[in-house]
Write a protein that binds this ligand. Structure first.
Ligand SMILES: [Zn+2]
Length: 471
């Protein structure tokens, strides 16, 4: 019998706010000069007092509402005691028994809770010694914990991607994994007994979605092999070695008792019912269209393929562009379906080649015009590809671009006839072959005629003309 893996995720995400969680220092993720945004509060000087950032609380409540979770009326902050050079207070202000949000669901995975805490400073270790940068100290940090209900790596990856998209949609955070704005930890165990969980191992340092999936797959294999060979899994924290593609031991895990949580005496308790801005109705009304709502809308309005919709909704930039584009196309299903084909194939190809997507720089009006030129047959698929590439590169009007580069298809019968006649005069051998019934010869003659019109001739019309002329 196979071992059944069970996975739960713990995801931290820095929230986008003007200032830090408990002081007035700027929350600036792009600041490169260390220890620029610091004050006595976030440097943990004795005697300083924290003040709760309202914007950060609002972000958590909006995330909780989007997940369909229950927003607590009463909530409070707690001290989580531990010592580390990047947390000089000797404790982190977090939430323990009374988080802001409990329950909810995302991408089919049940959420246990979402709470708010402060980020730690950032340590870097070099040969000469260790450095601590306090710019990150006290940045509002969301922690989301899922139920242990995931049973494969792909589902874990899907959940994490959907959470990133949600945070960006809500403008609650940028959630870039490579910048450490979103950090994913996976708790993984395997068991042969139905309904019984094995010993769980926590894997950290997962700084891409791919490494989340690979680390989980590796850990499932490692634990299964370990048990199979008579060993036992120990509760520990493991890191992920990206170059070797393996997990490795970091430390043995503390239990929550070791943190000696207790309510933070320097902060007030919160009753949401006393804050009008935080009522269910106000928070709900503040939500934009959510990714899954957008998918449903696209399905109903345009009857597109599921994979195409998934692609378009996958980033906020794509979805914003697509919304503007469909407006320009008058919500016409046929035109939208042509447009989607060009987005998922040609445009995606161009962006893949240049290494980044620039939907914000692409004019939806111009793109819509391109689609209409394709639809009316003025642009062949070849001409459309070239026009699109030029449009992405330089911008401008697709019709002008196509005309300038001789890509507009010629429908003018006289022009096409002249081209065909001169080709038929020159290609005597092919004409004889065509007359003796060789299909390839007709293709060849169409190709030659296309060349004669410098690619602008409509191939269908040229084909008809050749057949008509040769009788
Ligand atoms: Zn500060």
């Amino acid at each position: 019998m196979e071992y059944r893996p069970t996975i739960g995720l713990e995801i931290h995400a820095e929230l986008k706010t003007a200032t830090k969680m408990f002081c007035r220092c700027a929350n600036d993720a792009d600041e490169v000069k260390p220890n620029t945004h610091v004050c006595p509060v976030c440097l943990a000087h004795p005697g300083t007092l924290p003040v709760i950032n309202r914007e950060a609380v609002r972000h958590i409540l909006r995330v909780g509402t989007a997940l369909g979770g229950e927003l607590a009326d009463f909530s409070e902050f707690d001290r989580k005691s531990y010592f580390y050079p990047d947390i000089p207070k000797g404790y982190q202000i977090s939430q323990y028994e009374h988080p802001f949000v409990e329950g909810g669901e995302l991408a089919g995975v049940a959420v246990t809770r979402v709470h708010l805490e402060e980020d730690t400073a950032r340590s870097t270790h070099a040969k000469e010694g260790s450095c601590v940068d306090f710019n990150r100290s006290g940045v509002p940090l969301m922690e989301l914990v899922t139920e242990p209900v995931i049973h494969d790596a792909a589902t874990a990856g899907r959940f994490a991607r959907e959470l990133q998209l949600l945070l960006r949609t809500l403008r609650a955070g940028e959630a870039n994994l490579e910048k450490g704005e979103m950090r994913i930890e996976a708790n993984i165990s395997v068991s042969k007994e139905e309904g019984k969980l094995g010993t769980k191992v926590e894997v950290k340092n997962l700084n891409s979605f791919r490494s989340v999936e690979r680390a989980i797959a590796h850990e499932i294999e490692r634990q299964s092999a370990l048990i199979e060979s008579g060993g036992a899994v120990v509760q520990e924290t493991r890191g992920w070695d990206e170059s070797k593609q393996i997990t490795f031991h970091q430390r043995f895990k503390e239990g929550s008792a070791d943190y000696r949580y207790f309510p933070e005496p320097d902060l007030p308790k919160m009753y949401r019912s006393e804050i009008a801005d935080f009522s269910d109705a106000v928070i709900r009304a503040s939500l934009p269209e959510l990714p899954w709502e957008r998918r449903t809308r696209y399905t109903e309005a345009f009857a597109l393929k599921e994979s195409d919709i998934a692609y378009v909704v996958d980033t906020l930039e794509r979805a914003t562009f697509f919304d503007a584009l469909t407006e320009e196309l008058g919500m016409d299903r046929r035109l939208v379906s042509i447009a989607v084909n060009y987005i998922v194939s040609d445009l995606a190809g161009i962006y893949a080649k240049q290494g980044c997507e620039e939907y914000a720089a692409l004019d939806p009006k111009a793109f819509a015009k391109l689609i209409k030129l394709i639809d009316t047959g003025e642009l062949s698929s070849r001409g459309a590809k070239d026009t699109l590439a030029l449009l992405v590169e330089k911008g401008g009007d697709p019709e002008n671009i196509a005309t300038e580069h001789g890509l507009i298809q010629v429908h003018d019968a006289t022009l096409l006839r002249t081209a065909v006649e001169s080709v038929l005069k020159e290609e005597v051998k092919a004409v004889i072959e065509y007359r003796s019934g060789k299909d390839a010869a007709l293709q060849y003659l169409v190709g030659k005629s296309m060349q004669a019109t410098r690619g602008a001739g409509n191939p269908t019309l040229l084909r008809e003309l050749i057949i008509a002329t040769l009788g």
